[in-house]
Design a protein. Structure first.
Length: 158
C-alpha cells in the first residue's frame, strides 16, 4: 500500500477514535473508562480529548462571532429604519434609537468598563473616613463594598 494511503487510513482512524472519545465523554465516562472501552492507552484518550475540546472551543468562538455579527447587522437595520423619525424629534423613537445604539456599543465592546464608586452616606470612603467610624459602621461599609464588588464581578462574568 502506498504511503499516502497509509497516512489517510491512519488519519481516518484517528478522527473516528476522537469522535468516539468525545461521544463517550459527553455520556460522562472518565478518561480511564474511555481508554478501556476503546482499548487504547490512557494518554491517547487524553490527547484526543485535548484535540477535540480545542476544536469545540474554536467552533464556539467562531459561532459567537457570527451571532454577534448577525445581531449588529439587525441593529443597524433597525437603526437606519428609525433614524429619519428620530431626526424629526419623535421622542419615543429617539429613546429606541438610543437603546439600539447602547446595545450595539455593548456588543462591539465600545464602552469603557463601568467604574464603581464606593461611598457611604454620600461620603467617599478612604482611610481617613474609616478612622472615625465605629466597628459596626466599618463592618457595614465593608459588607456594602463586598456586595457591590460581587455584583460588579457577576455582571462582568455574565
Amino acid at each position: 500500500m502506498p504511503l499516502t494511503h497509509q497516512k489517510t487510513g491512519a488519519r481516518e482512524l484517528r478522527e473516528t477514535r476522537q469522535r468516539d472519545v468525545y461521544a463517550y465523554r459527553l455520556r460522562g465516562l472518565t478518561i480511564r473508562q474511555i481508554a478501556d472501552q476503546l482499548d487504547v492507552p490512557y494518554s491517547t484518550v487524553g490527547r484526543d480529548l485535548t484535540t477535540v475540546m480545542a476544536a469545540v472551543r474554536k467552533e464556539t468562538v467562531d459561532a459567537a462571532g457570527s451571532v454577534r455579527d448577525l445581531e449588529v447587522a439587525r441593529l443597524d437595520m433597525m437603526l437606519s429604519a428609525l433614524w429619519p423619525k428620530a431626526l424629526k424629534g419623535e421622542t419615543l423613537v429617539i429613546d429606541r434609537v438610543l437603546r439600539i445604539m447602547e446595545r450595539r456599543a455593548a456588543l462591539l465592546g465600545l464602552d469603557a468598563p463601568v467604574k464603581t464608586d464606593l461611598t457611604s452616606a454620600g461620603h467617599e470612603m478612604s482611610a481617613l473616613t474609616l478612622d472615625g467610624l465605629s466597628d459596626a459602621d466599618r463592618m457595614s461599609i465593608v459588607t456594602m463594598a463586598y456586595k457591590r464588588y460581587s455584583a460588579a464581578v457577576s455582571s462582568v462574568n455574565a
